[in-house]
Design a binder for this molecule. Structure first.
Ligand SMILES: O=C(O)CCC(=O)C(=O)O
Ligand SMILES: [Fe+2]
Length: 232
Protein backbone atom coordinates (compact mmCIF):
# COMPACT_ATOMS: atom_id res chain seq x y z
CA UNK A 1 0.00 0.00 0.00
CA UNK A 2 1.38 3.34 -0.95
CA UNK A 3 0.36 5.44 2.03
CA UNK A 4 -1.20 3.29 4.69
CA UNK A 5 -0.38 5.67 7.50
CA UNK A 6 -2.09 8.53 5.68
CA UNK A 7 -5.52 6.91 5.60
CA UNK A 8 -8.27 9.05 7.06
CA UNK A 9 -9.74 6.52 9.45
CA UNK A 10 -12.26 8.97 10.84
CA UNK A 11 -13.81 9.27 7.39
CA UNK A 12 -13.53 5.53 6.70
CA UNK A 13 -15.27 4.73 10.01
CA UNK A 14 -18.02 7.18 9.09
CA UNK A 15 -18.59 5.49 5.71
CA UNK A 16 -18.44 2.00 7.23
CA UNK A 17 -20.94 2.96 9.94
CA UNK A 18 -23.29 4.58 7.50
CA UNK A 19 -23.12 2.15 4.57
CA UNK A 20 -21.23 -0.99 5.60
CA UNK A 21 -18.50 -0.22 3.04
CA UNK A 22 -15.88 2.47 2.40
CA UNK A 23 -13.79 3.21 -0.65
CA UNK A 24 -10.06 4.01 -0.60
CA UNK A 25 -8.88 5.73 -3.78
CA UNK A 26 -5.44 4.72 -5.12
CA UNK A 27 -4.72 2.22 -2.36
CA UNK A 28 -2.27 0.26 -4.52
CA UNK A 29 0.24 1.63 -7.00
CA UNK A 30 0.13 0.73 -10.71
CA UNK A 31 3.34 -1.27 -10.17
CA UNK A 32 1.85 -3.32 -7.32
CA UNK A 33 -1.31 -3.99 -9.35
CA UNK A 34 0.81 -5.02 -12.34
CA UNK A 35 3.01 -7.42 -10.39
CA UNK A 36 0.04 -9.06 -8.67
CA UNK A 37 -1.56 -9.66 -12.09
CA UNK A 38 1.73 -10.92 -13.50
CA UNK A 39 2.02 -13.33 -10.58
CA UNK A 40 -1.38 -14.88 -11.35
CA UNK A 41 0.30 -17.74 -13.21
CA UNK A 42 3.12 -18.28 -10.67
CA UNK A 43 1.56 -21.49 -9.36
CA UNK A 44 3.96 -21.90 -6.39
CA UNK A 45 2.39 -18.86 -4.73
CA UNK A 46 -1.02 -20.45 -4.35
CA UNK A 47 -2.47 -23.28 -2.29
CA UNK A 48 -5.58 -23.83 -4.37
CA UNK A 49 -7.32 -22.79 -7.59
CA UNK A 50 -11.10 -22.59 -7.71
CA UNK A 51 -13.00 -22.78 -10.99
CA UNK A 52 -16.14 -20.99 -9.91
CA UNK A 53 -18.55 -22.72 -12.27
CA UNK A 54 -17.84 -26.07 -10.60
CA UNK A 55 -19.34 -24.84 -7.36
CA UNK A 56 -21.94 -22.64 -9.03
CA UNK A 57 -20.25 -19.61 -7.41
CA UNK A 58 -20.37 -17.80 -10.74
CA UNK A 59 -18.08 -17.87 -13.74
CA UNK A 60 -14.41 -17.10 -13.32
CA UNK A 61 -11.43 -18.38 -11.41
CA UNK A 62 -9.63 -17.56 -8.20
CA UNK A 63 -6.54 -18.69 -6.36
CA UNK A 64 -5.81 -18.67 -2.64
CA UNK A 65 -2.31 -17.57 -1.66
CA UNK A 66 -0.29 -19.99 0.49
CA UNK A 67 1.65 -19.14 3.61
CA UNK A 68 4.04 -17.39 3.74
CA UNK A 69 2.02 -14.69 1.98
CA UNK A 70 3.76 -12.31 -0.45
CA UNK A 71 5.22 -9.42 1.60
CA UNK A 72 2.77 -6.82 0.29
CA UNK A 73 -0.26 -8.94 1.16
CA UNK A 74 1.12 -9.82 4.58
CA UNK A 75 1.69 -6.12 5.24
CA UNK A 76 -1.80 -5.11 4.11
CA UNK A 77 -3.43 -7.87 6.15
CA UNK A 78 -1.45 -6.93 9.25
CA UNK A 79 -1.65 -3.18 9.14
CA UNK A 80 -5.24 -2.79 8.01
CA UNK A 81 -6.46 -5.21 10.66
CA UNK A 82 -5.85 -3.07 13.76
CA UNK A 83 -7.95 0.02 12.92
CA UNK A 84 -10.69 -2.30 11.68
CA UNK A 85 -10.60 -4.38 14.87
CA UNK A 86 -11.32 -1.20 16.84
CA UNK A 87 -14.41 -0.57 14.73
CA UNK A 88 -15.40 -4.25 14.83
CA UNK A 89 -15.40 -4.07 18.64
CA UNK A 90 -17.63 -1.00 18.59
CA UNK A 91 -20.03 -2.80 16.25
CA UNK A 92 -20.18 -5.83 18.53
CA UNK A 93 -21.04 -3.53 21.44
CA UNK A 94 -23.77 -1.74 19.48
CA UNK A 95 -25.31 -5.08 18.60
CA UNK A 96 -24.79 -6.46 22.12
CA UNK A 97 -22.76 -9.35 20.78
CA UNK A 98 -20.43 -10.70 23.44
CA UNK A 99 -17.33 -10.79 21.27
CA UNK A 100 -14.24 -8.60 21.19
CA UNK A 101 -11.47 -8.93 18.62
CA UNK A 102 -7.81 -8.69 19.69
CA UNK A 103 -6.16 -5.54 18.33
CA UNK A 104 -3.28 -7.28 16.60
CA UNK A 105 -3.62 -9.64 13.70
CA UNK A 106 -1.13 -12.24 14.98
CA UNK A 107 -3.23 -12.83 18.08
CA UNK A 108 -6.40 -13.05 15.99
CA UNK A 109 -4.80 -15.61 13.66
CA UNK A 110 -3.72 -17.66 16.67
CA UNK A 111 -7.34 -17.82 17.76
CA UNK A 112 -8.33 -18.98 14.23
CA UNK A 113 -5.70 -21.71 14.43
CA UNK A 114 -6.99 -22.76 17.85
CA UNK A 115 -10.36 -23.61 16.27
CA UNK A 116 -8.71 -25.46 13.40
CA UNK A 117 -9.03 -22.63 10.87
CA UNK A 118 -5.52 -22.96 9.49
CA UNK A 119 -5.61 -22.06 5.82
CA UNK A 120 -4.84 -18.58 4.47
CA UNK A 121 -7.71 -16.79 2.72
CA UNK A 122 -6.20 -13.88 0.72
CA UNK A 123 -7.06 -14.53 -2.91
CA UNK A 124 -6.71 -13.22 -6.44
CA UNK A 125 -9.66 -13.46 -8.79
CA UNK A 126 -10.11 -13.13 -12.52
CA UNK A 127 -13.13 -13.09 -14.81
CA UNK A 128 -13.23 -12.87 -18.59
CA UNK A 129 -16.14 -11.74 -20.77
CA UNK A 130 -19.25 -13.51 -19.51
CA UNK A 131 -17.77 -13.94 -16.03
CA UNK A 132 -19.48 -12.92 -12.80
CA UNK A 133 -19.51 -13.68 -9.06
CA UNK A 134 -22.82 -14.54 -7.39
CA UNK A 135 -23.85 -12.76 -4.18
CA UNK A 136 -22.17 -14.38 -1.21
CA UNK A 137 -20.39 -14.00 2.13
CA UNK A 138 -16.86 -15.20 2.92
CA UNK A 139 -17.12 -16.66 6.42
CA UNK A 140 -15.05 -19.90 6.22
CA UNK A 141 -15.71 -21.13 9.75
CA UNK A 142 -17.14 -20.23 13.15
CA UNK A 143 -14.53 -17.54 13.67
CA UNK A 144 -14.64 -14.70 11.20
CA UNK A 145 -13.59 -11.07 11.15
CA UNK A 146 -16.45 -8.71 10.22
CA UNK A 147 -14.51 -6.73 7.59
CA UNK A 148 -12.63 -7.63 4.43
CA UNK A 149 -10.98 -5.63 1.66
CA UNK A 150 -11.14 -5.84 -2.08
CA UNK A 151 -8.56 -4.25 -4.39
CA UNK A 152 -9.41 -3.86 -8.06
CA UNK A 153 -6.21 -4.47 -10.04
CA UNK A 154 -7.06 -3.30 -13.53
CA UNK A 155 -9.12 -0.63 -15.21
CA UNK A 156 -12.79 -0.77 -16.10
CA UNK A 157 -13.40 0.93 -19.48
CA UNK A 158 -9.88 0.08 -20.62
CA UNK A 159 -8.96 -3.49 -19.64
CA UNK A 160 -12.54 -4.72 -19.27
CA UNK A 161 -16.13 -3.55 -19.24
CA UNK A 162 -18.93 -4.35 -16.81
CA UNK A 163 -17.74 -6.25 -13.75
CA UNK A 164 -19.05 -3.80 -11.16
CA UNK A 165 -18.75 -4.71 -7.52
CA UNK A 166 -22.23 -5.13 -6.06
CA UNK A 167 -23.41 -5.22 -2.46
CA UNK A 168 -26.88 -5.99 -1.20
CA UNK A 169 -28.26 -5.04 2.16
CA UNK A 170 -31.11 -7.07 3.52
CA UNK A 171 -33.43 -4.91 5.55
CA UNK A 172 -35.59 -6.89 8.02
CA UNK A 173 -39.18 -7.27 6.81
CA UNK A 174 -38.42 -5.40 3.58
CA UNK A 175 -36.82 -5.95 0.19
CA UNK A 176 -33.06 -5.86 -0.32
CA UNK A 177 -31.22 -2.73 -1.35
CA UNK A 178 -28.40 -2.89 -3.92
CA UNK A 179 -25.23 -0.79 -4.09
CA UNK A 180 -23.21 -0.76 -7.30
CA UNK A 181 -19.66 0.41 -6.76
CA UNK A 182 -17.38 1.79 -9.44
CA UNK A 183 -13.76 1.16 -8.60
CA UNK A 184 -10.74 2.16 -10.68
CA UNK A 185 -7.51 0.16 -10.91
CA UNK A 186 -5.72 0.45 -7.57
CA UNK A 187 -8.83 1.44 -5.59
CA UNK A 188 -9.87 -0.59 -2.57
CA UNK A 189 -13.17 -1.19 -0.87
CA UNK A 190 -13.45 -2.14 2.79
CA UNK A 191 -16.77 -3.83 3.46
CA UNK A 192 -18.56 -5.88 6.04
CA UNK A 193 -18.24 -9.63 5.74
CA UNK A 194 -21.59 -10.42 7.27
CA UNK A 195 -23.75 -7.55 8.56
CA UNK A 196 -23.64 -3.94 9.62
CA UNK A 197 -25.35 -2.40 12.64
CA UNK A 198 -28.23 -0.29 11.37
CA UNK A 199 -30.00 2.13 13.66
CA UNK A 200 -33.67 1.44 14.28
CA UNK A 201 -36.19 2.96 16.65
CA UNK A 202 -35.29 0.40 19.33
CA UNK A 203 -31.53 0.56 18.98
CA UNK A 204 -29.29 -1.21 16.51
CA UNK A 205 -30.25 -4.22 14.43
CA UNK A 206 -28.23 -6.37 12.03
CA UNK A 207 -28.56 -5.55 8.35
CA UNK A 208 -27.21 -8.58 6.52
CA UNK A 209 -24.98 -7.80 3.55
CA UNK A 210 -23.72 -9.87 0.63
CA UNK A 211 -21.36 -9.02 -2.19
CA UNK A 212 -20.71 -10.13 -5.75
CA UNK A 213 -19.63 -8.95 -9.17
CA UNK A 214 -21.87 -8.15 -12.14
CA UNK A 215 -21.13 -9.68 -15.54
CA UNK A 216 -17.90 -8.69 -17.25
CA UNK A 217 -18.99 -7.87 -20.79
CA UNK A 218 -15.56 -7.64 -22.42
CA UNK A 219 -11.88 -7.99 -21.59
CA UNK A 220 -10.56 -9.53 -18.37
CA UNK A 221 -10.92 -8.21 -14.84
CA UNK A 222 -8.51 -8.93 -11.94
CA UNK A 223 -9.04 -8.31 -8.24
CA UNK A 224 -7.30 -9.09 -4.95
CA UNK A 225 -9.30 -9.98 -1.86
CA UNK A 226 -7.96 -9.76 1.67
CA UNK A 227 -9.90 -11.69 4.24
CA UNK A 228 -8.56 -11.50 7.78
CA UNK A 229 -9.63 -14.84 9.23
CA UNK A 230 -8.16 -18.16 8.14
CA UNK A 231 -10.32 -20.95 6.74
CA UNK A 232 -11.26 -24.36 8.02
O1 LIG B 1 -13.88 -9.95 -7.80
C1 LIG B 1 -14.37 -9.24 -6.92
O2 LIG B 1 -14.37 -8.02 -6.96
C2 LIG B 1 -15.10 -9.89 -5.77
C3 LIG B 1 -14.15 -10.56 -4.89
C4 LIG B 1 -14.75 -11.19 -3.69
O3 LIG B 1 -15.78 -11.79 -3.69
C5 LIG B 1 -13.97 -11.04 -2.47
O4 LIG B 1 -12.92 -10.36 -2.48
O5 LIG B 1 -14.38 -11.59 -1.46
FE1 LIG C 1 -16.15 -12.59 -1.72
Amino acid sequence: MTNLELLDWKLLYQDLNEHGFAKIKNALSKEDCGSLIEGYHATARYRNTIVMERYRFGKGEYKYFSYPLPALIQQLRNELYTPLATLANAWMQHLQIDNQYPLDHDTFIKSCHAVNQLRPTPLILTYEAGGYNTLHQDLYGVLYFPFQILFVLNQEGKDYEGGEFVMTEQIPRAQSRAHVLKLDAGDALIFTTNFRPAKGSKGYYRANMKHGVSTVTSGRRYALGIIFHDAQ
